[in-house]
Design a protein. Structure first.
Length: 87
């Protein structure tokens, strides 16, 4: 599930939450409920905006269980080296 950062201009706080891409968070109250935090003195109907943050690309080689890149008879596309790691 993706992680998103939201800014509440009313209180200046940025909160990070995870939710499906199809979900829309519009208010401080919704955001606090999703994050499991206390809304404090900020009104629940205070608007929030999703911040654009840099995405992270993770190479399968950096994982503990990298997936093979294919390229041989396995039917997967070839990797940069052209050899199939599955064979």
């Amino acid at each position: 599930m993706p992680t998103y950062d939201y800014l509440c201009k009313t209180n200046g706080k940025v909160v990070e939450v995870r939710h499906p891409m199809a979900k829309t968070v519009r208010t401080w109250g919704e955001l606090c409920q999703l994050a499991g935090i206390d809304p404090g003195d900020t009104p629940g109907d205070a608007p929030v905006e999703r911040l654009i943050t840099g995405g992270h690309v993770v190479s399968s080689a950096s994982l503990k269980n990298p997936e093979p890149c294919g390229g041989g008879t396995c039917g997967m596309p070839a990797c940069g080296g052209g050899t199939c790691m599955m064979e």
